[in-house]
Design a protein around this ligand. Structure first.
Ligand code: FAD
Length: 323
């Protein structure tokens, strides 16, 4: 079984987890981040990458995906290890620290910072007749360039479907975008582009059409008694994400529903396990990026002191230190 050891293990690569990782690593500790999704960024990247966020301190008007890029950029050079597609499942006390198993790997650390937000964001499964007949059905947005030159059918009205269709056209794929309703969601600029590409004949939009069945070489759509076969080498069925806290809710942290009680410094009732972000009881109704970032800074510095008592809890000012 693969895995590894670090001073601090961060569960969740959303804003709280990323900022906790930054602080612990910046103070000189080794840090491993486990993220269930194939990408970092938590809700910002999975649920609203193209929405403008107005209340992140110091960034008056930023796309959520740009906020994520900045948080990730801040990790550069700090040696933080990131494991994507890794869902933390089992927690075991081991050698004065903790072991977390994902099912395929085992990670050990002296302290854990739990920042799972609403839960592991997993793509809605594709429930459609004939899904087993088609050779390439996906529910996660792939790297668009990997589908360059292919015929791709994108199914869905969520912002991810709009973005995927545009990215795929840019990457040189032959794209059909379909949804059972007439409208698509996304940034106004993206929706305008969708229309322009459609008018230019560079993107086929079929809406409202309902995905009826997948075939070995594409899909059958229906609308008001009409049937239409759309050839596609790849079918992307994008129905959004479902959060799942269950993998960590078995941990004995005195869960209050979907929240973990956090004491001073984000400490939970288990020694060396800290929490930050949306999952904390102290955050309450303030499920906000700014709140999660502050909690992450506090929890990470307490975790640093817990692992290395010779290091003070208070980090000092970054402006006083050399980069
Ligand atoms: C549509 C929408 C708009 C929003 N707009 C704003 C806004 O304008 N301003 C604002 O401040 N806030 C906004 N929010 C809220 C903000 O996104 C959250 O407060 C923030 O994302 C919480 O950060 P987090 O790191 O605690 O959790 P998350 O962002 O949820 O990240 C948690 C990460 O942990 C991962 N994870 C969970 N369980 C596991 C596990 N067992 N193993 C490994 N990984 C796991 C998840 O996959 C996820 O990537 C918005 C939320 C939504 C849904």
């Amino acid at each position: 079984m693969s895995g590894g050891h670090s001073d601090i293990l961060v569960v969740g690569g959303g804003p709280a987890g990323l900022h906790a990782a930054f602080y612990a690593a910046w103070r000189g500790l080794s840090v491993q981040v486990l993220e269930a999704r194939p990408e970092l960024g938590g809700q910002l990247q999975a649920l609203y990458p193209d929405k403008v966020v107005y209340d992140v301190p110091g960034h008056p008007v930023r796309l959520a995906s740009e906020v994520v890029n900045s948080l990730v950029a801040q990790l550069a050079g700090l040696g933080v290890c990131v494991q994507l597609g890794a869902t933390a499942r089992q927690l075991t006390a081991e050698d004065g620290g903790w072991r977390i198993d994902t099912g395929s790997a085992s990670y050990t650390a002296r302290a854990v910072i739990l920042a799972p937000g609403l839960g592991a964001l997993t793509a809605r499964p594709a429930r459609v007749l004939g899904a087993d007949l088609h050779p390439d059905v996906r529910t996660e947005v792939p790297d668009a360039t990997s589908l360059s030159g292919r015929q791709v059918l994108v199914v869905g009205g969520v912002p991810q479907a709009t973005r995927a269709a545009l990215d795929l056209v840019d990457a040189g794929a032959a794209v059909t975008l379909t949804h059972r309703r007439a409208g698509f969601r996304g940034h106004p600029g993206q929706l305008t582009r969708l229309t322009l590409l459609q008018e230019a004949g560079r993107l086929e939009v079929l809406a409202p059409w309902v995905l009826d069945t997948l075939t070995s070489d594409g899909a059958l759509l229906v609308q008001g008694g009409l049937h239409r076969h759309v050839p596609a080498a790849t079918v992307l069925i994008l129905g959004g994400y479902l959060p799942d806290l269950a993998p960590v809710q078995t941990w004995p942290l005195d869960w209050q529903g979907d929240y973990v009680p956090d004491g001073t410094g984000g400490q939970t009732i288990l020694p060396g396990i800290f929490v930050a972000g949306d999952v904390t009881t102290s955050g309450g109704d303030f499920k906000l990026i700014s709140v999660g970032l502050a909690q992450a800074a506090i929890a990470a510095n307490h975790a640093v002191h817990y692992v290395k008592p010779e290091l003070k809890v208070r980090p000092g000012h970054s402006s006083e230190k050399r980069a």
